[in-house]
Design a protein around this ligand. Structure first.
Ligand SMILES: [Zn+2]
Length: 115
């Protein structure tokens, strides 16, 4: 494995609740009405800064799915799982925290405004 490069997301994003590495954009959330055995989860159609584990068949509330756990590249924690068989590969993140664009991570105020 080479050195991992972390992607930084702009805008309303969700981050790893353990190390605050950015995981996905709010705009990429397909569903918030999602639950894992650990609680609430968000379904994304695109995520960043994760690696996936081995594929396995798992019985979910919506039936049997081939999934793999996904791990935060920042801290190695399991942050959710990925649906392997669905054609677009959806990602469910159960350990996400919202990142507010106004937080200190985003120092610059919104651009625009005349004088
Ligand atoms: Zn993390």
């Amino acid at each position: 494995m080479g050195r991992l490069f972390l992607m930084h997301l702009e805008g309303n994003a969700y981050s790893c609740k353990f190390c605050r590495t950015h995981l996905g954009l709010a705009a990429d959330i397909i569903s918030k009405n999602f639950h894992s055995k650990h609680g609430k989860a968000y379904l994304f159609n695109r995520v960043v800064n994760v690696t996936s584990g081995i594929n396995e068949d798992r019985m979910m509330m919506t039936g049997l799915h081939t999934v793999s756990d996904i791990f935060c590249v920042g801290c190695g924690s399991i942050v959710g799982w990925k649906y392997v068989r669905s054609c677009d590969g959806y990602f469910a993140i159960s350990c996400a925290l919202p990142v507010r664009p106004s937080s200190k991570l985003y120092g610059a105020p919104a651009l625009g405004g005349c004088t």
